[in-house]
Design a protein around this ligand. Structure first.
Ligand code: NAD
Length: 334
């Protein structure tokens, strides 16, 4: 297959290395607004470069992977759909809810497959949690605790473009709550704090936040997220049912230290960042996208899935800013 990759930054360079090693990828072409960055990535692999993203789309592609910074996502998905080229797009589909809705309408009308990059759907732990819920072995599920804790804050320049901590970080937790339970969120409440560097408050953002979600069957989900988990990158989910409970991410890499006697857990080493935490999931995700692009399977994470996760974090952001509960029915959809 001939695969185009738009965006050769942090995640784009990582995806380039993964794609170059996947069965079925015969030709990889990389483009970036910063041509030197595309060249550096391509030269480190068996890959070619395109001098522009437009030239990339003219390169007779079987599929396009979009890993540019967020403002590039929607235009590139639109261009891929117009060209009839199946696309993988990193989350989020677009920077705003309005543009996400617009892309969902376009993609659903066009029937060109688009797969959105919520890689936790391809993580073994999250998949097993989903299977445990679906099998009924947990009894009735009534509580979830989901967390995304980064080891260190991003660069100050990144914050104003991030969309805020809920849209940037907790959106993954919003997606897995839907993915694992198969339920929809109907109401949210949120709080946050900006301890640490002053640039969080300066950007109108918080560094630590929590949201309470009520699902449509009465299940309660608690989402917590922070930019200050110095012990290590910490991404977990606990699912509590009437007959049993399961945990995702509760392994020897756990970034917590027990203060109890005789506890030899966790033994480490911890994860440093999302790259090492989810390396196998990113690989499985892109292999699954090749199947989508071949027409062998439908998209395992559609633009509508991404829209629903975005609506949840949009509601969380309003709940935090306005200090009130927000019903999902207040958030526009298609
Ligand atoms: N799924 C995940 O876990 C995950 C993790 C990290 C980032 N992301 C998403 O991936 C995207 C990229 O994040 P990053 O951290 O790699 O950013 P980055 O700033 O490191 O890289 C972005 C790259 O895109 C290029 N670029 C920007 N606009 C472009 C355009 N219109 N055409 C071509 N190239 C363009 C830039 O020159 C840069 O090289 C973001 O949308 C982010 O939300 C997802």
């Amino acid at each position: 297959m001939r695969i185009g990759l738009a965006g050769a930054g942090r995640i784009g360079a990582f995806h380039a290395r993964t794609l170059a090693g996947l069965d079925g990828v015969e030709h990889l072409v990389v483009a970036d607004a910063d041509a030197a960055r595309a060249t550096a990535v391509a030269d480190s692999l068996p890959a070619a470069t395109a001098t522009s993203v437009d030239q990339l789309l003219d390169a007779d592609l079987d599929a396009l992977v979009v890993a540019t910074s967020t403002p590039g996502h929607a235009p590139l998905v639109r261009a891929a759909v117009a060209a009839g080229v199946p696309a993988f797009v990193e989350k989020p589909v677009a920077a705003t809810l309005e543009e996400t809705v617009d892309v969902v309408r376009l993609v659903e009308a066009a029937e060109v497959p688009v797969h959105v990059g919520f890689q936790r759907r391809f993580d073994t732990g999250y998949r097993r949690a989903r299977e445990a819920v679906a099998s009924g072995e947990l009894g009735f599920v009534h509580l979830l605790r989901a967390t995304t804790s980064d080891r260190r804050p991003p660069h100050a320049d990144y914050l104003p473009t991030s969309g805020g901590i809920f849209r940037d970080c907790a959106v993954h937790d919003a997606d897995v709550v839907r993915f694992v339970t198969g339920r929809e969120v109907v109401r949210v409440q949120a709080v946050g704090g900006a301890k640490g560097e002053p640039f969080f408050a300066a950007a109108g953002d918080v560094a630590t936040a929590a949201a309470l979600l009520t699902l449509d069957d009465g299940t309660v989900a608690v989402l917590t997220t922070t930019r200050h988990s110095g012990q290590g990158h910490d991404v977990r989910l606990e699912v509590v049912g009437s007959e049993g409970s399961v945990a995702v991410g509760l392994d020897h890499s756990l970034a917590l230290r027990s203060v109890e006697d005789d506890v030899d857990f966790p033994r480490g080493p911890v994860h440093d960042a999302f790259m090492d935490r989810f390396e196998p999931a990113y690989r499985t995700e892109l292999a699954a996208f090749l199947d989508v692009a071949r027409g062998a399977t439908p998209s395992p994470c559609t633009v509508r899935d991404a829209l629903e996760a975005f609506r949840v974090v949009e509601a969380c952001t309003i709940a935090l800013t306005e200090g009130r509960p927000v019903a999902l029915s207040e958030i526009p959809t298609t």
